[in-house]
Design a protein around this ligand. Structure first.
Ligand SMILES: NC(=O)c1ccc[n+]([C@@H]2O[C@H](COP(=O)([O-])OP(=O)(O)OC[C@H]3O[C@@H](n4cnc5c(N)ncnc54)[C@H](O)[C@@H]3O)[C@@H](O)[C@H]2O)c1
Length: 331
């Protein structure tokens, strides 16, 4: 292994298991890891939460690399998970999960099976072969309807308002337990709404862009004054790789931009980037939605040297450029 310097931390080239590596965030992480010289094992079940052909597209470049191995399997299946450890693994980034707040209201059992049972399967198999270092994808949703802003890692997060959020909080708790009992080094990263090229098609910015572009009305839940901290995917990947390189003990970090925008204004920014008008269909607020998210990122800045740099207008312009080239003109 040859040490190199990345983001200020010593980095040794390693073989990394990325669960959910065919998804939105996972495929960007794999891009970055291959680029910096790591070997990658991607574990994904290509489920149909959204069109699996999108996920196949996400990994098509990765598959050209000899440093990349794909293992198709399901976190819920112990033998599938064990297959990830047939070769050496130095570190795990655990991104595979059922994501999304609203669908979790309809199918909480599935969220528990994948996000909790699946996580236990992964950690137990990791212990068997002595893999110690894990980065776990948590979520800003653990803050529930927290009124104090910005959200800090030390805030009480005992009141999740969706099954999805409850599974992410429980994932953090399990991570702590495995750290305590088995000595695993685990860093939990609370991602604040991530967007950018390859964003999941049902997520706000992607969905709004599509509807505005097609001249269709877009459903806006609530009066448009809810605020979100949107994080550009390249900034998230910067935070994930820094967390990987400093992974020791048990830690929880917020990864956001630490800037918020109102929903109504976000829609205007997307419409502007597309050069079109948004037709808004106002609907009642949805159960499970939170009024605002806003990350205090001082801990990640100080301890990880996390340095997000993409404001939402710049990020939306990048997204729209990608959307027009890759989705609209190449469906
Ligand atoms: N996108 C966001 O804004 C955001 C915010 C907070 C947290 N997160 C978390 O980040 C992670 C990645 O999110 P994303 O937006 O890239 O979602 P995604 O759905 O694009 O990626 C998740 C991947 O996991 C895979 N997967 C799901 N269930 C699996 C199973 N049982 N076995 C194997 N693979 C399985 C999916 O096929 C998918 O490719 C998730 O854990 C999510 O909860 C995302």
């Amino acid at each position: 292994m040859h040490p190199t310097r990345f983001g200020g931390f010593e980095h040794s080239m390693s073989r990394i298991l990325v669960t959910g590596g065919a998804g939105f965030i996972g495929s960007h992480l794999v891009d970055r890891l291959l680029e910096r010289g790591d070997e990658v094992v991607c574990f994904d079940n290509f489920n149909d939460f959204y069109d699996p052909s999108i996920k196949r597209g996400n990994i098509s470049e990765h598959q050209k690399s000899s440093a990349y191995t794909l293992i198709e399997g399901d976190l819920r299946n112990r033998a599938d998970v064990a297959a990830c450890f047939d070769g050496p693994i130095h570190q795990i980034v655990h991104l595979a999960a059922m994501a999304g707040v609203r669908p979790s209201l309809d199918n909480p059992g599935l969220y528990v099976d994948v996000n909790l049972r699946g996580t236990v399967n992964l950690y137990d198999e990791a212990i068997k072969v002595g893999v110690k270092k894990i980065v776990f994808a948590s979520s800003s949703s653990v803050y529930g309807a927290n009124e104090k802003v910005p959200f800090h890692e030390d805030d009480v997060v005992d009141h999740p308002v969706s099954p999805y959020a409850a599974t992410k909080k429980a994932g953090e708790l399990l991570s702590h337990t495995y750290h305590h009992i088995h000595g695993l080094d685990i860093t939990c990263l609370r991602f604040f709404t991530v967007y950018g090229p390859r964003q999941r098609p049902e997520m706000a910015i992607h969905k709004f862009a599509r509807l505005i572009d097609e001249g269709k009305s877009l459903p806006m839940f609530g009066d448009g004054t809810t605020r979100r901290d949107y994080t550009f995917v390249a900034d998230i990947i910067d935070g994930v790789t820094k967390a990987m390189d400093s992974c020791a003990g048990f830690h929880v970090y917020n990864l956001g931009e630490s800037q918020t925008i109102e929903l109504r204004e976000l829609i205007a920014v997307i419409a502007d980037a597309l050069g079109k008008k948004a037709i808004i269909d106002q609907r009642p607020e949805q159960p499970g939605d939170v009024p605002r998210t806003f990350a205090d990122i001082s801990r990640a800045k100080e301890e990880l040297r996390y340095a997000p740099s993409t404001d939402v207008k710049t990020g939306v312009n990048h997204f729209v450029a990608w959307y027009l080239e890759n989705v609209k003109n190449n469906p």
